[in-house]
Design a protein around this ligand. Sequence first.
Ligand SMILES: [Zn+2]
Length: 409
Amino acid sequence: MPTTPSRPRLLATALALAACAAVPTTAATAATAATATASPAPPERPPAAAGCALKGTTGWTDEGHDTDPAQFQRATGTHRVLTLFVDFPDAPAADSTEAYAAELAPAADWMRTASYGRSRLAIDFTRQWVRMPAASTGYGFQRGLTFEAHERYLRDAVTAADPSTDFSRYDMVYVVPARTASAISFSPTYLYDPATPGVTADGARVKWAVTFGQDMWHWGHKVAVHETAHTFGLPDLYAFSGDTHRFVGGWDVMGNIAGRAPQYLGWHAWKLGWIDDDQVACQAAPGRRTVRLSPVERPGGKKIAVVRTGPTTAYVAESRRAEGNDPRPCSTGVLIYKVDSATATGEGPVRVMNGHPSATPPAGCTPLDLAAYGPGESFTDPAAGVRIDVLAGGATGDTVRVTARRPAS
Ligand SMILES: [Zn+2]
């Protein structure tokens, strides 16, 4: 949709208010290598993956394949991240920055693994505290943060650090508050508004930032990869209202940051350019095909089988295993989910289909965490004319047969 100058501001406000990674206690206000599979498939024409690339229509973070390069960072290559440590007149730092850096630093390895080496965070940690000009209680975090208040917080941090920092060397900024600043409670992402002057330093616009809150001590480094992925254009998969984790449970770090299977969905890997079109098996017309899926936790091979069901909708099947960024998933096998690129962030743009809705989850797992389908199991959506059968599973991944009975119109 066309955007007005105020539109991005409102949306950014919504993003911040939506408790992007809100602390649990305030949840009510609320985140290639080429090891192809061993058995060489018979030569097949490169799949017309483009036929399954959905167009985003929300004007903000969504599941559309193309991402607005004016609003969001490219998701590939090296991102130079400057981390600022801030304290406040009412909340002076009482410790060194070392533990703070240690808490967030693993985000770099996590992101590199998640992206099959295509996205790197080169995180620089300044060692000194810089003093903010206003009290920690003066930035509006307690009342819910507006875009303007959030930008003021970022501007104050950048201005305070500017004398000792060359901001032109960086793509984005992390701002980390002292533990004593309890008022800075949650960790919203800042995405600049191209229509406003915004925050500048050293002749450079600060376009993207994550301002961490005390919830970073709950979530750990995965709050950094969740928030940073917003700057790449990914939406929130948890629900902004109602039962928070009803859409995707603990699948994908854009859902529950503390979930048991945080590796990004294969659909996200495709959107972000971490896998290639030939790693996508697309069924965009009536027909049937068998696809050998390589787990999304490892590089190489076919990553997703997609059945397009409409202009903005598709079903996706991918293989999940207990490895890489998912060391302890609650279930493994074929994860099947519905994507709708017209659904806004926080409203369920991805919905995981539960293969075992009556199973009792063990401690630490939710019912939806048991969603993965095993060999012999199948998913059907009669209304959409879609069927997905899991034919086999093994060390190299899963084999599925996807059937589309209706044209995707
Ligand atoms: Zn978020």
